[in-house]
Design a protein around this ligand. Structure first.
Ligand SMILES: *Cc1c(COP(=O)(O)O)cnc(C)c1O
Length: 371
């Protein structure tokens, strides 16, 4: 066992509870789960069975390789691959019963060559981002003239650019553009009336009055991220990251700590050095220096600031306020968990919680609780 590794614990019951919370919000619509990027760093093999146990039947990944792993973890689910379709991989899609998300005329054409028995694909419509998907005008003319079922398409979807800002003009615009497409799809006499649609990511679930259509696609909120930026987090924390204390040092006032001496003790201080660093995906920008307060850790139940730079394998923490008897080498401090949710850690590291999750390190001792 790696004694130096930080512990990453994934709470599967909190993950299930978060999916159920979003499922209640989406009303009659089905609630899926986005498990791309190895389930946002938690691990497909841990997250997918837990979500399936909660009742999730539809998963979204970015890459074909992730879809194949998701299929092994959820033998009966629908699995969509967001990042497009390469015709050379048709056999893999068919063999693993996967559903490509088509986003261009070329991909739609390539999917026409699918063999008998292939699953139905999704059609991605770009309503704002100019990133992935068919432009709205092209999608409108397609659904006007063609049966999507004949093309092997069984879902239309679009993706919000700023769902965490529910009042943003582009959020309202995207809802009205996608609704206009759905009105054409659902019009009397349309050959596409039975085709379901999907709009909402995590934050989308919290937009007042949002139309859910038939399927939602939350990711971040499932893993404990706050989908309501700037307001209290309605989700339960899912991950806990704890790093072992390697050494505790008395540092006299005036001495510097860490690389480049960016932190200087203003009083006689005690510094705990813990075994976790940017090589573990913990953001180097969470270092504490003259221009940035940086991160904090929960030490013996109290929040303590980092002291100086985050190094590759180590973080130094100012534990002057913690009674000496309450902390010794080998004890664990919490870097993510309780009051330190992934959004706070992201802000401390000058990034977003999504990046904190998807960078979760390969050296961690990983474990799961809550079945
Ligand atoms: C990543 C992604 C989602 C999930 O977004 P969250 O903000 O993590 O909920 C949904 N749909 C698409 C197309 C995505 O790429």
């Amino acid at each position: 066992m790696d004694d130096h590794a930080a512990r990453l614990t994934i709470d599967c019951s909190a993950l299930r509870a978060n999916w159920l919370t979003l499922d209640r919000l989406s009303g009659a619509a089905e609630t899926g789960a986005v498990v791309k990027a190895d389930a946002y760093g938690l691990g497909i093999e841990t997250a997918v069975p837990a979500l399936a146990k909660a009742g999730c039947r539809t998963f979204f990944v970015a890459h074909l390789s992730e879809a194949i792993r998701a299929r092994a973890a959820a033998p009966e689910s629908a699995i969509y691959v967001l990042n497009g379709f390469a015709s050379g991989r048709m056999q893999d899609y068919v063999a693993h019963r996967l559903r490509p998300v088509l986003g261009s005329a070329g991909e739609i054409d390539a999917w026409r060559q699918r063999p008998e028995g292939a699953e139905l694909a999704a059609l991605h419509v770009d309503t704002a981002m100019n990133r992935l998907g068919l432009r709205l005008d092209a999608a409108l003319s397609l659904v006007n003239t063609t049966s999507l079922a004949d093309l092997g398409i069984g879902l239309t979807m679009t993706h919000f650019a700023s769902a965490e800002e529910p009042d943003a003009a582009d959020t309202r615009d995207q809802i009205s553009r996608f609704s206009a497409l759905q009105a054409v799809i659902q019009a009397p006499g349309s050959p596409n009336r039975a085709i379901p649609a999907s709009l909402c990511n995590s934050s989308g679930h919290f937009i007042p009055g949002v139309p859910f259509f038939q399927l939602s696609r939350p990711g971040y909120a499932l893993y404990g991220g706050n989908p309501t930026t700037g307001r209290p987090n309605p989700m339960q924390p899912v991950i806990r990251l704890e790093a072992p204390v390697v050494q505790i040092l008395d540092v006299p006032a005036g001495e510097a700590v860490g690389y480049n001496g960016r932190w200087v003790a203003r009083r006689d201080s005690r510094i705990a050095t813990v075994s976790c660093g940017y090589a573990d995906g913990f953001p180097r920008n969470a270092g504490n220096g003259p221009d940035h307060p940086g991160g904090t850790a929960l030490v013996a139940g109290r929040e303590c600031p980092f002291a100086g730079n985050v190094s590759m394998d180590l973080i130094t923490i100012d534990v002057t306020g913690i009674p000496a008897a309450s902390l010794k080498p080998g004890d664990f401090v919490t870097l993510i968990g309780d009051a330190l949710d992934v959004d706070r850690v992201g802000a401390a590291g000058r990034t977003i919680g999504y990046e904190i999750l998807t960078n979760l390190g390969r050296r961690y001792r990983r474990g799961a609780i809550g079945g």
